[in-house]
Design a protein around this ligand. Structure first.
Ligand SMILES: CC(C)(COP(=O)(O)OP(=O)(O)OC[C@H]1O[C@@H](n2cnc3c(N)ncnc32)[C@H](O)[C@@H]1OP(=O)(O)O)[C@@H](O)C(=O)NCCC(=O)NCCS
Length: 440
């Protein structure tokens, strides 16, 4: 069968770790690129030993982000390590890194050096902040991106003791940044077809997170102009402050949405787990509203001026929340979804991770996938490539052992067995041992 992998023949030197960078290079690998992950001898990607389910095995965290890569154990601080990395860079198409600000320059492999070594190489970088930011030299993890991009101040509850800036459970700063960098790298590859030269793609976690907070800046502009926001529960009865409030469970756009309590469905949807909710949206159009009213038996709303226009509904949203909540209370979230879904009302059950991963319909080859890691780990579930292509199906292979491809890669670079033995001895590819212990 023809190999239609979009990135067939593209070589990637992957100097990334944790989540943001590895999520990007994993996509490159799934799209068919040859990805060589550089890992410190004896240490490796920090996630190998974070949140392990067994202290002797790599964590699911690592396994879920490093599928289909090769691992080269290499200390880029030794002279031999630098020489090996230089050789790899000279023949690669993309170099990606996400070390702390300044670290790559210190190692001698910043953008300018790499560009001199191989002008065709595209250089992708992830840092916490844009270069213009006063925080550009800070190290960054997920929450730092969320709190500095106004994601946290606009997320969470808007009243009571839970009214504190809140993080999203979704990785807006980590995997989302990896996906943003991926867009930049794919654009740079296409650009290189025209210019013949690789460029520098700089992606900050801040910018990736902020890109998803665009609608919050829309709300700030509107608030500045008129002093209120019709889609928020505070409208029309309560006062707005000067900044966009935490949004609770509003839909966020112009349509009226809320989360409603349901009867537990049993099995995985127990009262104890507390996820017995459904999300229901009332669209603004008259026909859509009529369909929703008929499905719930609220035909009286169709002639009531407090409810029969979208603007009136915005003003009476508390009464709407109350009545729909009473209607959903004696139904399960799946029953509500069935009734309203049939009527064309936008609706969805609030699904737990357990329910999600038990949903067989999602094992369609891409949505949720099972990777066979082999050995003691065997099969594990992960999230696949989030889009499908009509003529290409990624294969989902195991993650590499630390340094598992070192010999193969060094041999392909032309290093003899003797040279490789010397690299292992001098700490370039294996940890230096002092008195039988690994020197860190
Ligand atoms: C994630 C982060 C906070 C971790 O910081 P850190 O604990 O200092 O770890 P780093 O991996 O960046 O660097 C540690 C050291 O290991 C070195 N190192 C890493 N891989 C190496 C290798 N293969 N060979 C030799 N040295 C290596 C680095 O050069 C650095 O040395 P230095 O401190 O002397 O400069 C930081 O890398 C960062 O802010 N990255 C950018 C944002 C980002 O992607 N965050 C992660 C989101 S999931």
């Amino acid at each position: 069968m023809e190999n239609t992998a979009p990135l067939k023949g593209i070589k990637v030197v992957d100097f990334t770790e944790v989540q943001s960078g590895p999520s990007c290079t994993q996509m490159l690998a799934w799209l068919g690129a040859d990805v060589i992950k550089i890992e410190r001898p004896g240490v490796g990607d920090a996630t190998r030993k974070e949140l392990q389910f067994n202290p002797d095995l790599p964590s699911y965290y690592f396994l879920q982000l490093n599928s289909d890569k090769k691992s080269l154990s290499l200390d880029a601080k030794t002279a031999d390590g630098k020489a090996i990395l230089t050789k790899l860079i000279k023949e690669c198409d993309i170099f990606v890194e996400n070390l702390h600000p300044g670290a790559m320059d210190k190692l001698g492999f910043g953008w300018e050096e790499v560009h001199k070594l191989n002008p065709k190489c595209i250089y992708g970088t992830i840092k916490g902040f844009p270069l213009s930011s006063k925080y550009k030299d800070l190290k960054a993890y997920e929450p730092i991106a969320q709190v500095t991009a106004a994601a946290a101040t606009t997320t969470g509850w808007f009243e009571g003791p839970d009214n504190i800036p809140t993080q999203s459970g979704a990785a807006l700063g980590d995997s989302n940044t990896g996906m943003h960098l991926l867009i930049g790298l794919l654009a740079a590859l296409q650009q290189r077809n025209n210019t013949g030269e690789g460029c520098y793609v700089y992606q900050s976690m801040h910018n990736a997170c902020l890109n998803l907070c665009r609608i919050k800046t829309r709300d700030q502009l509107t608030l500045d102009k008129i002093g209120y926001l019709t889609q928020y529960p505070q409208y029309p009865d309560q006062k707005f402050g000067k900044t966009v409030p935490r949004s609770g469970n509003i839909e966020g756009g112009g349509v009226l949405g809320w989360t409603y309590k349901c009867k537990p469905a049993g099995d995985m949807d127990t009262a104890e787990e507390g996820n017995n909710y459904v999300y229901v949206i009332l669209q603004r159009g008259a026909k859509d509203f009529e369909a929703a009213c008929k499905a719930m038996g609220f035909e009286d709303w169709l002639t009531n001026p407090d409810f029969n226009t979208a603007d009136a509904r915005d003003r009476h949203k508390q009464a709407i929340y109350k009545r729909i909540g009473e209607w959903t209370a004696d139904k399960t979230k799946y029953e509500v979804t069935e009734i309203l879904g049939k009527a064309g009302v936008p609706v969805g059950p609030v699904v737990s991770t357990q329910e999600l991963m038990a949903d067989e319909s999602l094992y369609d080859g891409n949505t949720l996938v099972k990777i066979n890691q082999g050995g003691e780990i065997g099969e594990f579930v992960t999230v696949g490539c989030p889009f499908t292509m009509s003529n290409y199906q990624p294969e989902y292979g195991p993650a590499p052992e630390l340094g598992g491809n070192t010999e193969e890669i060094l041999t392909s670079l032309g290093y003899s067995a003797e040279e490789q033995a010397e690299f292992a001895k001098n700490g370039t590819t294996k940890p230096v041992m002092v008195d039988g212990k690994k020197e860190m």
